[in-house]
Design a protein around this ligand. Structure first.
Ligand SMILES: Cc1cc2nc3c(=O)[nH]c(=O)nc-3n(C[C@H](O)[C@H](O)[C@H](O)COP(=O)(O)O)c2cc1C
Length: 204
């Protein structure tokens, strides 16, 4: 069974971004592990954590800060990230998560000439987002993750976005439905009709 890693950076219980991500997940076949970045203790790296992580990778038998997240990321077959646009990109805890995920010998190898080789199994990640206003610049959020994850070996990426949800008078249901139809159209096969996604979700 494929391992689907679902990174939830939505925060709010009623998040529209999460509604869209759940819709996308119905198309993916496999066991879904959900990591909720507003629930998990994910901290930015400091110098001590960087040193400790190196020691742990080299000895191979212990866990430095966030190395479990890096190993989990490397081992996933498909990655789904759901994050609303905050300050033109995404909630900062996702940047902290990325710091934790990138580690020499776990998700990336950099040779003596500076060439990088990705060590992750996943070939593709999906990014689901929502904005409050118009004219979001996707470079700061999706574009950044695309470049970073490509260095880790995840070369294919697809973004689904529902925009301008907070503008007065916005027809939120219609905007979400349009985005759901875009998700539908990008998959060539029909959504699973059972509710296996709910049943298979585990948290880690
Ligand atoms: C801290 C914060 C920062 C935000 N920054 C932006 C922004 O830069 N651009 C934008 O269009 N919307 C911004 N928004 C609005 C959210 O992107 C918008 O409400 C989105 O639909 C939230 O999705 P949700 O329903 O999944 O929470 C921001 C919201 C918050 C709470």
């Amino acid at each position: 069974m494929k391992k689907i890693l679902y990174i939830d950076v939505c925060g709010r219980a009623e998040s529209r971004t999460r509604i869209l991500a759940q819709h996308l997940l119905t198309y993916l076949d496999g066991e879904v592990t959900c990591v909720d970045l507003f629930e998990e203790p994910v901290y930015p790296l400091n110098i001590e954590a960087i040193r400790q992580r190196r020691d742990c990778v080299e000895c191979g038998s212990c866990d430095g800060q966030g190395l479990n997240l890096a190993r989990q990321f490397a081992d996933a077959d498909i990655i789904v990230i759901a994050a609303p646009v905050w300050n033109l990109s995404f909630p900062s805890v996702l940047a902290a998560y990325c710091e934790n995920v990138v580690e020499e010998g776990v998700t990336i190898h950099i040779d003596e000439y500076g060439n990088t080789t990705g060590l992750c199994k996943a070939k593709k990640f999906y990014y689901v987002t929502a904005t409050g206003t118009r004219n979001m610049n996707p470079v700061f959020g999706f574009g950044y993750l695309k470049s970073l994850f490509s260095q880790l070996g995840v070369h294919s990426a697809e973004c689904f976005s529902a925009e301008a949800l907070d503008i007065p008078g916005a027809d939120v249901d219609m905007i979400l439905n349009i985005c759901k139809r875009e998700i539908d159209a990008s998959f060539r096969f029909p959504a699973r009709e059972d509710n296996q996604v709910e049943a298979n979700v585990s948290t880690k």
